[in-house]
Design a protein around this ligand. Sequence first.
Ligand SMILES: [Zn+2]
Length: 787
Amino acid sequence: MSIRQHLVPAAVLVFMTLNVAIAQEAKIVLTAAGKSPYTVVYAANATAAEKNAVRELTEHLKKVSGVSLSVKPEGEQMNGPAIYVGQTAFARSHGISFGDFGPEEWLIKAAGKDLVIGGGRHRGTLYGVWEFLERQAGIMWLDEKFTYLPRIDEFAVPDNLELRGKPAFAVRGIYAYINDQPEKRICFMARNRQNLFHDQSIPAALVESWALSPIIGSPRGCHTFYNYTKDWPAEYENCFSLSADGKRLRAVSPSGPGQVCFSNPQTRKLFIARLREYIKADRKRWPNSYPVIYDISANDDNQKCECEKCLALAKKYDSYGGVTLEFINAIADDIAKDYPDIQVQAFAYMFSAKPPKNIKARPNVLMRLAQLGTEFVVGNCDTLRPLTHSHNRVPLKQLRDWSRIGRLAIWDYFIVYQTVGPATNITAMPTNFRIYLQNKVESVFAELEKPVENSFYSLRLWLGCQLMQNPDRDANPLIDKFMNAYYGQAAAPFMRQYLNYLETRMAEVKSPLGNVPLQRQDCLDNAFFVRSEELLTAAEKAAAGDVEILSRIAKERVPVDFARLERAEYLKPGLTPDRREVIGRYKKNGLAAIGDFVSTDQREESQRAINDYVKGLSVNIPLPAEFKGQDVIDITWPRLKDNSIYGMYLVNDPDAAGGRALKLGTPGPNTFSPEFLQKFHTSDLEMGLYSASSKKELVTKKIPRTALAKDEKFHFYPLGKVTLEPNCYVWAHNSWVIQHKLWEFYNSNGLSNEYKIYLSLKVQGLAYVPGSKKEDAVLLDRVILCR
Ligand SMILES: [Zn+2]
């Protein structure tokens, strides 16, 4: 079937389904020609969430049909038929006992001329209403700002209508928030049946009416070791993890450093006592809807406890995953005595990801498997491709093995973090969610950040929510529905073709997608940019005049245009439009997308980054005299990019190449241990080249403080002669905060990868230069690779 035949506008689809289905059957006409004989009736003892379900139903029906249905509590005098919402006496008298339903289980059932929509407490009735609005009225919540509302002249349902269901996974969350208007965002996610809001606090006004009390108890949803340990007195020093060089590491944030000593019985006692405190406090705060999952999971770093006993356990279980599991089992056993309903959740992540042998998880333990992408040093998952792909044999086996050890949760990644450009995980999603279900996964969560830089963000967010509810649904009709509603029926076929084309070309990349920078993605060739241009331009022509839809299409140009600019030197001349036009378009669309998708607190920074990048594209930075005439790769701003999360900033510096340099100042107290911070600018200056491919330092160099230039100017420091590996980065300063990936320069075509590497560095401040009035800092403005 061709794409065109496949595409029936969503609104028409709804009518067709209804009219065709209803033609042969008796039907209940709920609204017709702007009128309705129906009253919406709610139970006398309805909860706030059930009352909100009534509001959701009537407000949405008014939008699509123009009819305002009257609303009454059960028991009041009324004439004509009714839609009974929630746990009504009417439903009970028709043999429906919602008391036996699960907390998110729902039912939609016709009863004569009446209709029942309800479910278990505390979310079931809301879910019933949203299912009804989606399935019967064709309404879709496609992004925070856009609800698809088809116009319905006659709204009818079959008189034998009966649907019942519940989401396939008990816990569902996607980390993809726009923070500007928390209420709007939370309602959008809730309507798409998300119930895990990670670290986002829910405004009090929404907790009851949207049934959004927390799924995971205090203190938070992940990396909780820090919360459990931060106030341990000095007498418990041995409960912290022992580093390889024999030091107890006390975490200063949920990013570490270090973990705990898992085998020390005292550590377990401290966790159990604190867990009981959290449970008590949460039950006091949410007496009717308290959380039952408690997260006790490692800090976000890869340093495990290397004490003799912990290492012996790792050997016994053939994996460090067994050490953490034994620890969690002990806590779970103790807590089960008083709280049999509590589940204790722990990470199988980084050092604990490998499934252990000779141990099973207790029935009240939930192991949360997080398989990092290959762009991370310890990652092994090609996150944009299905788990059935040949690259993902190890991650798939790990998942299956963990599912045999105990109950399972998944922390998924819908993106690749270090390569931003035209790419999606849309082909991976349906397969992966089905695999999760087959392996009895109970809880799913996915990270989906970088909304501006990646392709089809809104589609992936919406599709992810759909598949988390029911992975057995066919993804293709869902994608078509989204395309028709989001881009309009005229532009949708072109956007669908563009998505299909992008996926076909992505499939040509032989390596895991986290391992190849844009510069080495040969699929992003001239043909790619020609075809993408054709399809996106055709979509824009088809949507002419519709400002909203045009902005959604323009958003898809951002990653494509960025890739064309980044790959300029690998493309043949002759592409249209010309480079100057692409630069202007990238800036305009990028800034607009930031306005739509980035929260106000990060907006200015994101805008600055785009403006900077565009400015940098036109700066001509001459090669220093000493390298003239040599075969070199010269890396300066704008290729040098900041990494403000880790404290590395791109700053203006008149002495720097192109006027900009990466600066490492003094980081805040929660980034490194106090011990490390004390020596931050007083140690010798180290630099090196690390290969994430072979997980080895290819070269390191220590520059004694006496050998550092004292003139507060940039100087070249030779790192030495090295042979690049596919995934290398240079780093300077022993914090490794200053770093730059060199992966686009690796030649896989037989050419030599041997280079002499030079770093242009400047040190400043009293720590380096006697009498200096400047802030202590190390700056990098240039890296030169010389053949
Ligand atoms: Zn230990």
